[in-house]
Write a protein that binds this ligand. Structure first.
Ligand SMILES: NC(=O)c1ccc[n+]([C@@H]2O[C@H](COP(=O)([O-])OP(=O)(O)OC[C@H]3O[C@@H](n4cnc5c(N)ncnc54)[C@H](OP(=O)(O)O)[C@@H]3O)[C@@H](O)[C@H]2O)c1
Length: 246
């Protein structure tokens, strides 16, 4: 279904990004596994894709650094040609109550979660526009929809993706390419680990399906958005959150 499509997944060494990379590989894509520092995990992801008969390479690059992203894009083009599908997945949290949140805490999150999305979309934009049904997929969060105590910086970046995605959707539409957001709820990855148990219990009470998401709950939705089956869907936010209202 994604045969010969070049799919770049940022932050694919671990967690949701890794799951997405493996899923796209399973469906025939040429997968680019981006990572910042987890080199061994990134190569594990590549090996896992290859073991299932897929095609993948790992490319190091800090998405917040424009020169890194330009060089990553050149590596991808040399290996597989232009990018058909960009999944902006890399993201970080620096959680604090707003009264304790410094400007540095704010900037760190904005630089990766929004600056990284700008950088990667900027270098891939022309590829996606000119691709046959190119796809931009931004991984947002239910936190961008609802807000979350101690995550003003993170929530702002994840809400920011809605306006960005909607706008890029308009700018890609004339060529038949699309831009959409996938907004997961709370997913069992390293990102959820530091959240104290009592806070997790409070979150769980707000999830109608009464469980945290597995990575596998998210990846099939991303694969659908990446595929030609989603041709007539653009500028949308797909919530994958166990029924949390917003
Ligand atoms: N987990 C959740 O509950 C949840 C819910 C909703 C949305 N999300 C979103 O889903 C995405 C993935 O989250 P996750 O839970 O899978 O996180 P994770 O397990 O912490 O993994 C984060 C990934 O992003 C990469 N990364 C971080 N900063 C980077 C940078 N500057 N440049 C390149 N790569 C970078 C990491 O690579 P290195 O290890 O190499 O640094 C890692 O591969 C994020 O955008 C997150 O906001 C997560």
């Amino acid at each position: 279904m994604l045969q010969d499509r070049t799919c770049l997944v940022t932050g694919a060494s671990r967690g949701i990004g890794r799951g997405i990379a493996e899923e796209l590989g399973r469906y025939g894509a040429n997968v680019v596994v981006n990572y910042r520092s987890s080199e061994a995990e990134a190569y594990d992801t590549v090996d896992a894709i290859k073991e299932e008969g897929g095609t993948a390479i790992a490319v190091q690059g800090n998405v917040a650094d424009f020169e890194d992203v330009q060089s990553m894009h050149e590596t991808v083009r040399d290996a597989y040609g232009p990018v058909d599908v960009l999944v902006n997945n890399a993201g970080i949290t620096v959680d604090k109550k707003f009264e304790n949140m410094t400007r540095e805490d704010w900037d760190r999150v904005v630089e990766v979660n929004l600056g990284g999305v700008y950088n990667c979309t900027k270098v891939c934009f022309e590829d996606i526009r000119q691709a046959h049904e190119g796809r931009l997929i931004n991984i947002s969060s239910v936190v961008g929809q609802q807000g979350n105590y101690g995550q003003a910086n993170y929530a702002a970046t994840k809400s920011g993706l809605f306006g960005f995605t909607r706008t890029i959707a308009l700018e890609l539409a004339s060529e038949g390419s699309t831009a959409n957001c996938v907004a997961p709820g709370f997913v069992k990855t390293d990102m959820l680990d530091p959240v104290p148990e009592r806070v997790k219990e409070g979150i769980l009470e707000r999830i109608p399906l009464d469980r945290f998401a597995e990575v596998e709950d998210v990846v099939g939705v991303v694969r659908f958005v990446a595929s030609e089956e989603s041709s007539y869907m653009t500028g949308q936010v797909l919530g994958v959150n166990g029924g949390m209202e917003w």
